[in-house]
Design a protein around this ligand. Structure first.
Ligand code: FES
Length: 309
């Protein structure tokens, strides 16, 4: 059964730009992927032929799934190209090279100023529309497909990889990289007054358990589940200013990065917590922990917001 995606006029060029890129990416995959890629191209051609204004696009579940996964990489590719092009022109150099012929054709069709006049164009003007289409795709995937868990995992891995690559590229550029609208899908967590300085509390945001900590006015957010034996980290406490300690067996996480900085059953923990520590450390086989995720967080108008992307 096809699903229906409603687009505003401002969102049409976003999808029209991304669809052929996603189809091209699918064409490099298995025969199943190529089949989805070919059908996505026909949807694109129908969209291009449709009268101007708002549009309704019918997508199969596979088309929806891959569009949802690959819209963000398409946005990053556009932003990166524009940043490089702008910087090259500012220093009187050649225009930036296009990542592909297809990208050039699409960028010329839908975002010509990013190519011809990158100093007056700004990715931030289209980022909210990329974000809007992404949210609609995510919402449809949440309600339409049983593969939503897999989708979320794949998307998170893609976003994380792209963030690393972007930071790497930014190191080679002089330009400060603006935040991408798609990447900064902040969600409300709680009022700041519900998390006084020194407090840590567990919240569920979009079904994800997180712990928010107020370190003397600075809010940090990390996963709520300990990587050792899945204990609730909100039952723990903070040591050494920014190390969240699991109350079960003493694993410790840096609240800025989520890095596991101390494994379970550390001697200093065992000394204080005989039953949780020393006794169980004799019995339990698993003695290691892995990193958890730390999330971007901010406070706006007294509300704690978190970006789970
Ligand atoms: S469950 Fe957290 S340290 Fe064991």
């Amino acid at each position: 059964m096809p699903v229906t995606l409603e687009l505003t006029p401002d969102e049409r060029p976003i999808l029209a730009f991304a669809m052929p890129l996603v189809a091209d990416w699918l064409n490099q995959g298995t025969s199943d992927h190529r089949e989805v890629g070919a059908s996505l191209r026909s949807v694109y051609e129908a969209l291009v032929r449709a009268a101007e204004g708002p549009a309704t696009v019918e997508l199969s579940r596979d088309e929806l799934y891959y569009l949802g996964l690959r819209l963000y990489p398409a946005a990053v590719q556009l932003e990166d190209y524009w940043l490089e092009n702008k910087e090259n022109r500012e220093v009187g150099g050649e225009p930036a090279p296009f990542p592909s012929v297809l990208f050039e054709r699409l960028a010329r069709a839908y975002f010509p100023d990013a190519i011809d006049d990158p100093s007056i164009w700004d990715f931030e003007t289209v980022a909210p529309f990329f974000g809007g289409v992404q949210r609609k795709l995510d919402e449809l995937i949440r309600t339409q497909t049983r593969a939503r868990g897999l989708y979320q995992r794949e998307k998170t891995a893609i976003v994380r990889r792209l963030h690393e690559q972007r930071e790497e590229r930014a190191r080679h550029r002089r330009t400060v990289v603006p935040l991408l609208g798609v990447a900064t899908a902040f969600r409300r967590v709680a009022r700041l007054e519900d998390l006084p300085p020194g407090a840590l509390r567990r919240f569920d945001v979009d079904g994800k358990p997180i712990v928010a900590l107020n370190l003397g006015g600075e809010v940090r957010v990390v996963d709520a589940i300990c990587s050792h034996m899945k204990w609730n980290l909100a039952r723990g406490w903070v040591e050494a200013g920014d190390k969240l300690t699991c109350s079960a067996h003493g694993a410790q996480y840096d609240v800025h990065t989520g890095r596991c900085v101390r494994g379970p059953f550390a001697p200093e923990f065992n000394r204080k917590h005989f039953f949780n520590g020393r006794l169980l450390s004799w019995l339990m086989a698993k003695r290691s922990c892995s990193d958890i995720r730390a999330y971007e967080a901010k406070v706006e108008d007294g509300e704690i917001l978190v970006n789970l992307a």
